[in-house]
Design a protein around this ligand. Structure first.
Ligand SMILES: [Zn+2]
Length: 303
């Protein structure tokens, strides 16, 4: 019974408040949380989408989200949208998505690829600094349904370790399978690891589109049909990065509201896979001495 222990809680305190850039006094912990609005402190855009609701996710038992594959948790209300972005971090495109989200004072969930995180840790740190939730999306974007159990676990855990290391702080126990292929053995594994699984309510298929207009049309059309949902896009894609400012404008104009999903507790990585990621990044040697004790200037030309 994977989902019995899992629940979705409306935010009252803690991580989510921090993610929203709010501070709550100790007494506020026992009172209903204020509804986050577009007019959050510091937001200068009068037409900002903002955040209408923050939900805290208890990932115990590995609950699944996204009606394409998981039907247990229908927590979104009419017109509510969760924005999710896969496959980053990537130069130019991820920063463009971040800038658009910031201009609308709103937040999303990112599912970066482990290798990309090791290449662009600075960009991933920007994602974290902006208060977005950061899950993971494997080490090298393999279809895990075609891998052995051992290989699939390594893909999941190295991805988690690499993203956690690149962020240099807490990340979310949220995971999305590449190509939304969900091998049952790995769904069970994530349940044991207390990592929530994100499918999607609607796939934008933005990776098939070059023009930003196509991405906007796809997302708005699917939202009109479904009325709400978790939307899958890619901050890796140039067309998507270009589309986001106008897409956010249209979401606002059409009365959609953004829900931000945050974890109740951070992801715990496994040391063995942390080490594997570190070894991928550099060839290990027996010496751990700092450079200044290994390389010493003994002669130098005068300036
Ligand atoms: Zn992907």
């Amino acid at each position: 019974m994977r989902a019995t222990a899992a629940c979705v809680l409306a935010l009252s305190v803690g991580l989510a408040a921090a993610a929203a850039g709010q501070t709550l006094s100790p007494t506020a912990r026992n009172t209903p949380a204020p509804t986050p609005t577009a007019a959050t402190a510091g937001c200068t855009n009068p037409n900002a989408l903002g955040i209408s609701r923050i939900v805290e996710i208890d990932t115990t038992g590995g609950p699944g989200f996204g009606f394409e594959h998981f039907k247990e948790h229908d927590f979104l209300r009419a017109k509510e949208v969760v924005l999710t972005f896969d496959d980053g971090p990537w130069p130019k495109n991820t920063p463009a998505v971040l800038a658009a989200l910031a201009s609308h004072c709103t937040k999303a969930v990112f599912f970066p690829i482990g290798k990309h995180a090791t290449w662009e840790p600075g960009i991933l740190k920007q994602v974290a600094a902006a208060g977005h939730s950061i899950g993971t999306h494997t080490w090298s974007h393999q279809d895990l349904s075609k891998k052995s159990k051992e290989e699939a676990i390594r893909e999941i855990e190295m991805g988690a370790s690499a993203v956690h290391m690149a962020v240099g702080g807490p990340t979310a126990p949220f995971f999305r399978f590449p190509a939304l292929r969900h091998p049952p053995e790995m769904v069970k594994y994530l349940g044991e690891r207390n990592i929530a699984i994100f499918s999607t309510d609607m796939d934008s298929f933005d990776f098939t589109m070059r023009k930003p207009e196509q991405v906007i049309k796809s997302v708005m059309g699917k939202l009109e049909k479904h009325g709400k949902g978790i939307v899958l896009m890619h901050d890796f894609q140039h067309g998507t990065a270009e589309a986001i400012p106008e897409l956010l404008n249209q979401l606002k104009a059409n009365g959609y509201k953004i829900v931000h999903m945050v974890p109740r507790a951070p992801l715990q990585t496994i040391a063995q896979y942390d080490e594997m990621v570190m070894k991928e990044n550099k060839l290990p040697t027996a010496s751990t001495r700092p450079t200044e004790s290994v390389v010493r200037t003994i002669s130098e030309m005068p300036r």
